[in-house]
Design a protein around this ligand. Sequence first.
Ligand SMILES: NC(=O)c1ccc[n+]([C@@H]2O[C@H](COP(=O)([O-])OP(=O)(O)OC[C@H]3O[C@@H](n4cnc5c(N)ncnc54)[C@H](O)[C@@H]3O)[C@@H](O)[C@H]2O)c1
Length: 242
Amino acid sequence: MENLWGKTAFVTGGASGIGLGIAKCCALEGMNVVVVDMRQSAIDEAMKYFETNNQPAIGINLDVTDRDAYIQAVEQAKAKFGNIHVLVNNAGIGCAGGPLWKVSFKEADLAVKVNLTGVLNGIQIIVPHMLEHGEGGHIVSTASKAALLPVPGTALYNVTKSAVVGIMESLAEDLVGTNVGASAFCPGGYETNLGKSSGEVTAALMGDEKQAPPPAGMANGMPEDWINTFADGCWRARCKGN
Ligand SMILES: NC(=O)c1ccc[n+]([C@@H]2O[C@H](COP(=O)([O-])OP(=O)(O)OC[C@H]3O[C@@H](n4cnc5c(N)ncnc54)[C@H](O)[C@@H]3O)[C@@H](O)[C@H]2O)c1
């Protein structure tokens, strides 16, 4: 997509961290912004920015794993701004750490539900709309550097993010010949609210169930030097044939 002015972006996990950064960039490009998140306090805080800057935006409280609510949220966004042109599938959580055999079924299900089904829901609900309105569009999903390099102790997170890369590569191929594109975004480590928000989202979606703490380094985001150290170590281990 070349001309973003006046078009509409639907950004999940848009009330914090990377998603909020993307939402702000979209607004700076003159787009209408739909900030989608399941933490109302974060939405309220994020909306202050757009109001202060007089930029067209709405906040929608949505858990991306809830398909019926997702369909309604899209209708709400369309009623406000018309067609949606950019979908940013960014909502995600840090998952239970440790080796997979120590992760509970509930923790594994939650990770897949948020980090994978949430992305699928966005594609299945919004791509048909994009193809139908014919004005062009793009879907980008936030995966992770952890999708490309195996970081020890974060197998559950890695596998969900690797799957996101696979989905987006296939989607990009399936969309060839249309005016809709698709891509995956694989950031390294950034100080965001991922540790805090993952705890809140996990508590909300798993009720009273206790989840293992996020993997070391993810509690306060994943500092670049932390993940680079692991990534470098993994790469060297692979080169040695380990
Ligand atoms: N921070 C990093 O170092 C890093 C690195 C690589 C990838 N990522 C990915 O980037 C994305 C954004 O994370 P962030 O680091 O900006 O964290 P963040 O906590 O600042 O933002 C994530 C937002 O997603 C929302 N969210 C989570 N589950 C949701 C759900 N089911 N429905 C709706 N909203 C939901 C949270 O409420 C939160 O506001 C995630 O997918 C994360 O896995 C982060």
